[in-house]
Design a protein around this ligand. Structure first.
Ligand code: CTP
Length: 405
């Protein structure tokens, strides 16, 4: 197989050889090279001491090596923020479903056997004579050509139920299909309750990755079909409505350039039937950063109220006063639920309306620092939103008038 080597791989190739014979490119990069898709991750597996190899590679690249002795892995950092992940080829033993495995050094074939799907269980030799030779003991290449996602053994999902989320992600990304037997194993794993054994943080990581993919709305329906939604939380709803809502939220987010992460929109769409307390508990279990959890919770709890409050013909100042406190997720979620003109006005222009004067102008007019400053500014903004003020001079005149009252 022809592999064009990035500079870091050229360096890896230079240091391969005695005593580092078994050095391989592994994982998703191999899959993506075969598919002709860009992938900038470089994962290297070493038969022998991966950490020692990583130190040598770091020296060759003029970078540094961050080893994790416990796992036999290392990250080589170099250049301007680039990195290479190095692992010691290993076999894994899972003490219980969903737990992290214990590991022992092993051959590349055993290392590939611990992996999730045949399409991810291929390696490419980096050693000079064999450079570019594909190591494919489980027929991953055939499955790539057949667009099939297949586990390597029947215990795979029990060992690591996050692999079910990964399968859905690959189906969506590559337009592949989970093979029939593999899907039956996934369903059995879900029915046996193993997804419930996963920590909240692992579920969060999988959902986040899945919801960030380009066409993730389809994955939402697939989660529902497999029953993964209810396995995570009995009141999550990964149905057609959730998928439609999520697609619409993404579109609005892009259209109004809000930059809300897709996964936040997706979590809100999935959890839209949860009562506010349930949503907060669930989000706490996922161990999201506090700010992210607050945004998702406010979308679910406040979004539907905004729809009710903004029906009819509210003034611009009224729109801003209800939409702004929970900006941006709750008003965006509300707009996803109902195509209301006031919310389009809010995101289209009202959210950017600012006064031309500020507290220092009020100080110059003689208003000393006090809560009154905030009140006057709020009243001026209200008037400006409603079209009663136009420019700095009229704002100053109105400020003077308010200060006299
Ligand atoms: N892997 C696994 N089981 C998991 C996670 C990862 O077997 N639960 C293996 C797979 O062989 C995978 C490799 O570890 O290819 C690297 O993992 P990751 O970087 O998450 O996956 P990629 O294949 O690089 O996929 P993506 O392109 O989505 O990042």
């Amino acid at each position: 197989m022809e592999i064009s080597l990035a500079p870091e791989l050229e360096a890896a190739v230079r240091v391969v050889g005695e005593p580092y014979e078994g050095v391989y490119l592994v994982g998703g990069t191999v899959r993506d090279i075969l598919l002709g898709r860009p992938n900038f991750d470089v994962d290297i597996a070493v038969e022998g001491d991966g950490i020692e190899f990583a130190h040598v590679l770091a020296a060759e690249l003029g970078g540094s090596c961050l080893p994790h002795g416990q796992f036999g892995t290392a990250v080589v950092l170099y250049g301007e923020g680039q990195h290479v992940d190095v692992v010691t080829a290993r076999r894994e033993r899972y003490a219980s479903p969903g737990a992290l495995p214990t590991v022992e050094p092993a051959t590349i074939k055993e290392d590939l056997f611990r992996r999730d799907f045949t399409i991810n269980a291929m390696a490419v030799w980096l050693k000079a004579d064999d450079r570019g030779r594909l190591v494919d003991p489980f027929d991953g290449r055939t499955d790539l050509e057949a667009a099939a996602i297949r586990v390597l053994h029947d215990q795979s999902f029990i060992d690591d139920p996050t692999r079910i989320f990964r399968a859905v992600r690959y189906e969506n990304r590559y337009g592949f299909c989970i093979d029939e037997h593999t899907e039956a194993l996934a369903r059995a794993c879900i029915e046996a309750g193993h997804v419930g054994d996963l920590s909240g943080a692992r579920v969060r990581d999988e959902l986040t990755l899945l919801l960030e993919e380009a066409d993730a709305a389809r994955s939402i329906e697939r989660l529902g079909e497999l029953g993964l939604d209810k396995a995570i939380h009995p009141r999550l709803a990964a149905d057609e409505d959730a998928a439609t809502l999520f697609a619409r939220l993404r579109e609005l987010d892009a259209g109004y350039e809000l930059d809300v992460p897709s996964w936040r929109l997706g979590l809100a769409a999935l959890a839209r039937h949860l009562a506010p307390d349930e949503a907060s508990d669930w989000l706490a279990r996922l161990k999201l950063r506090r700010r992210d959890a607050q945004h998702v919770a406010s979308a679910i709890a406040v979004g539907p109220h905004l729809v009710e409050q903004l029906r009819g013909d509210p003034s611009p100042a009224e729109i801003v006063s209800v939409a702004e406190p929970d900006y941006p997720d709750a008003p965006l979620f509300a707009l996803g639920l109902a195509d209301l003109a006031p919310l389009h006005a809010y995101f289209g222009s009202l959210r950017d309306v600012r006064l031309d004067i500020d507290g220092s102008d009020l100080a110059e007019l003689g208003l000393e620092e006090s809560p009154r400053v905030g009140e006057v500014l709020a009243e001026l903004r209200r008037r400006k939103l409603n079209g009663e003020l136009d420019g700095r001079e009229s704002e100053l005149a109105a400020a003077r008038e308010l200060m006299e009252q």
